[in-house]
Design a protein around this ligand. Structure first.
Ligand SMILES: Nc1ncnc2c1ncn2[C@@H]1O[C@H](COP(=O)(O)OP(=O)(O)OP(=O)(O)O)[C@@H](O)[C@H]1O
Length: 402
């Protein structure tokens, strides 16, 4: 967090916080509140409904956790409340439980919606409507997100009291990501399999096709390792709070500026923390930097990279294995298909892609002699895009034939 010592101290809330909570905060080594905590805590501890937007890594979790802990400890002191006090769940799982007889939610008095912007993106809207419709009306509701989305307005109207307090600590700042984060852009190639197998580098990977146990193990290994690189999909773009992450390297560009903010938010977390982020863009994609600029994200441009490590001999070794060659072709296909889901289609434009160059960036000598099916997958293929899809498919097939 960039907020330093001129923020109010947690001690200033001593009338509202129990001694036990203050002691616990102190034992975590926190003295001063972050900006979002200083804004949210006094209101939330008074029982107000709160809508809060603040940058990634700015301390939102404690801003809602402290009022919850206070409420629970008061209640357990007043009467022994049987059962579970706090339930953490995605809307889908929570609604599943609410439909079972055993799950008694009649006494719920606080609902916190974290990562609210994602609720709509992941299609949880209907589940959430059902949850809100069933919960007791007399309750406190708090909504937190790192980025603002118009869609959350409807949610605020349906779920919150009229005198809801809106707080946005990212608005009054001049930048959308924390200050300790250095960013730049340059096209470099990263390939997990290559680094682990042929360079014997300390690397880990995490993606959606891994089962939960393997994911948990990977995160725990990453958390505990002294020096390691984690190759990941957007699965790890949000919600992970791992201290001492030094670098975020975005090989595949984010689909929009919000996604960028969440990805880089995995570094420079904690008071005075620093981190670095690199975004790799093709020259044709440079306009994305303007979009980031509009979103108050300022990047440094790396003009020269003089610390390249020559990997050619390792690449030659790797590509003598046909299995590895196939892996590279699959990776190239994945890279091309990722264009389908980019929101800024004119920036991340498949029509401008030089397939030979893209192939080389995956260590291939030239574009592969295989059928890479491109265009829009069914899911992203509204009729209006058909002509576009045909043009793109034609463009890539033509390049493959020549
Ligand atoms: N008052 C504080 N002083 C110092 N560090 C803090 C303070 N509050 C929280 N932190 C630390 O800052 C880090 C980021 O906090 P947190 O995970 O709550 O951020 P966030 O805003 O929820 O981020 P995201 O949007 O990415 O989930 C954590 O490591 C947390 O322990």
């Amino acid at each position: 967090m960039e907020e330093e010592n001129d923020n109010p101290k947690f001690k200033s809330l001593k009338d509202k916080l129990s001694k036990r909570t203050l002691k616990s905060i102190k034992s975590m080594g926190f003295k001063h509140m972050t900006a979002i905590q200083a804004e949210v805590l006094p209101k939330a501890l008074n029982g107000c409904d709160v809508v809060a937007t603040a940058k990634t890594g700015s301390g939102k979790t404690l801003a809602f956790l402290i009022p919850i802990v206070e409420a629970v400890s008061k209640q357990t002191m007043e009467n022994q409340a049987p059962g579970v006090h706090v339930v953490v769940a995605t809307p889908g799982r929570l609604f599943d439980h609410m439909r079972t007889k055993e799950f008694d939610y009649k006494h719920v008095n606080c609902l916190v919606l974290d990562e609210a912007d994602k609720i709509f993106q992941y299609g949880f809207e209907e589940d959430l409507k059902q949850i809100i419709g069933r919960l007791p009306k007399k309750r406190q509701t708090m909504l937190f997100s790192a980025t603002e989305a118009d869609t959350t307005q409807a949610l605020i109207k349906s779920a919150m009291k009229e005198d809801v307090q809106s707080i946005n600590t990212s608005e009054d700042n001049l930048r959308a990501t924390v200050k300790g984060l250095k960013q730049g852009c340059k096209s470099v190639v990263f390939h997990y399999e290559f680094f682990s197998k042929y360079c014997q580098a300390a690397v880990l990977c995490i993606h959606g096709k891994m089962n939960q146990a393997d994911r948990t193990e990977t995160i725990s290994n990453f958390y505990n390792a002294e020096k390691v690189a984690l190759f990941c999909t957007d699965l790890a773009a949000r919600g992970l709070d791992i201290p001492a992450v030094d670098w975020i390297v975005q090989f595949d560009p984010p689909s929009d500026t919000n996604e960028y903010i969440h990805r880089v938010g995995r570094t420079a977390r904690g008071l005075g923390a620093a981190g670095n982020a690199v975004l790799l863009l093709r020259p044709e994609e440079k306009e994305f930097v303007d979009y980031l600029h509009e979103a108050k994200i300022y990047l440094d441009k790396f003009e020269s990279w003089n610390r390249y490590y020559n990997l050619q001999s390792k690449l030659d070794e790797a590509f003598s294995d046909p299995g590895f060659h196939k892996l590279a072709v699959d990776a190239l296909e994945g890279y091309i298909r990722a264009f389908e889901v980019k929101k800024l289609k004119h920036v991340f434009n498949l029509l401008t892609l030089d397939l030979n160059a893209a192939a080389r960036s995956f260590g291939l000598k030239e574009k592969p002699d295989v059928d890479i099916r491109v265009g829009f997958s069914k899911k992203h293929r509204p009729r209006k895009r058909k002509a576009m899809q045909e043009a793109l498919t034609g463009h890539i097939s033509k390049q493959l034939k020549t």
